[in-house]
Design a protein around this ligand. Sequence first.
Ligand SMILES: Nc1nc2c(ncn2[C@@H]2O[C@H](COP(=O)(O)OP(=O)(O)OP(=O)(O)O)[C@@H](O)[C@H]2O)c(=O)[nH]1
Ligand SMILES: [Mg+2]
Length: 456
Amino acid sequence: MPAFHLKTTECRVGVVGLYNAGKTVLLTSLVNHLENHDPDRFPLGKPGTSVRKFEPVPPDSGWPQFNYAGFRDALVHSGKWPEKTRDRSMYACRFERTDWTFSDVMLKLYDLPGERLADAAMLGRDFAAWSDHILNRVQNDTPYRTSCEPFLAALATSEPTEEAILRGYKLALANLILSFKPLISPSTFLLDVKGSAARPSSPEELATARVAGLEPGSEFAPLSATVRAAKPELAALFAARFERYKAEVVEPFLHALRSCHSLVVLVDVMMLLAGGVGMYDDNRQILRDLFDVLDPGESPLETVWRHAANVLLPHSLRPGGITRVAFVAPKLDLVHPSDRDCTLTLLKRMVGKLAENRDGLTARFFNAAAVVSTKLMPGGEGERWLVGVPYRGADGRKTPPGAEQRFRVSELPDDWPADWRPGQFAYPEVYPTIPTRKDCPPEQINLAKVLDFVVE
Ligand SMILES: Nc1nc2c(ncn2[C@@H]2O[C@H](COP(=O)(O)OP(=O)(O)OP(=O)(O)O)[C@@H](O)[C@H]2O)c(=O)[nH]1
Ligand SMILES: [Mg+2]
């Protein structure tokens, strides 16, 4: 039935999560399903709803384009997952849904490198407040204190110098990386502004090769109140570098996320189980810091204003403010089907309070797979066998795609253990399975439900 659309509803959706959580793959699959919509394979809204008149739109000014065509092409023709994200980007499109009578949709999706989330605590803090925030964490967290020993020693000397403090902090960050701790700030130590990522090597080599700031000569490290008082010139120098870093690296993406209406928060439950309790703790802390600065939710008065603005204002002026958050446990195909419900329980136990504690925020929990790339092995239930094309050989190194093989995955626990070490659980990565036909999007699980929830 042809529809007469009186208005456009603009939905800005930020997708966040640690590095390697599955953000870019999720966005690629989502756009592919919208572009080639099939109501049976991607059921949206009321039964039979279809997407019409899909058209990509250029990104907002100042935003690099999300490389959807390149990622989709790499998946289909080279059997490769999208490359690691090195810079923030945005994908915008416009479409109609047959279950929306009066409005079409302008959907804006934001992607960013997961490393950057660790810098969220810089927003709204000056250098002294950020230093206290980081040092407070170091004092109260034993694994952090252990990794940060070289840095704490440099701060404690009677005449701390810029070189000694920076070297100590960079050694500490290197130790944290090697202990699978993702809370690395400034995040350019892991992924610099040109997109070059830290490679595995010794703490000393990492500390020499990597930069804690915008570039060599603009590095900074947190300083204790005692050192700030004893060395005011050094504190002023680091504070100026910190402010520049915040303005160039942190504010652009956090302001964009703040202007979103919804967030998709990916929590890679299997990566956290495989990475050990330190990775779990850091992911929780990073999300807590992020929620503090984004401040999702709204007051009853803001709800009234938002509804009025949606009716009265043109879509480009629709006020921002995050009122919906979809927490998603991704890569569901890497878990044995008999354990898939556990991913939801684990997700809720880990991040449920983040949402509960916010007024005027609607949150929902999903488990999903953006590109289903495994199959069940008949008869393999008890032993948790899956079938797929392994991404790594027995030595842990990446191998070229070969034949399908069976492999075992760990049983998912009913709840997070009190403690666990890296490698105690294993969910091997696989090559993507995707139809070669260009207009046939990948098989997915629950992605349409996530989209339905965040687009309103
Ligand atoms: N089996 C399976 N693997 C997935 C799926 N989604 C992501 N992956 C795996 O997760 C890896 C990382 O996915 P990305 O989407 O690049 O992760 P990201 O969150 O964008 O990571 P950064 O760009 O580093 O922030 C991929 O290379 C795949 O190995 C999925 O739906 N199924
Ligand atoms: Mg990415």
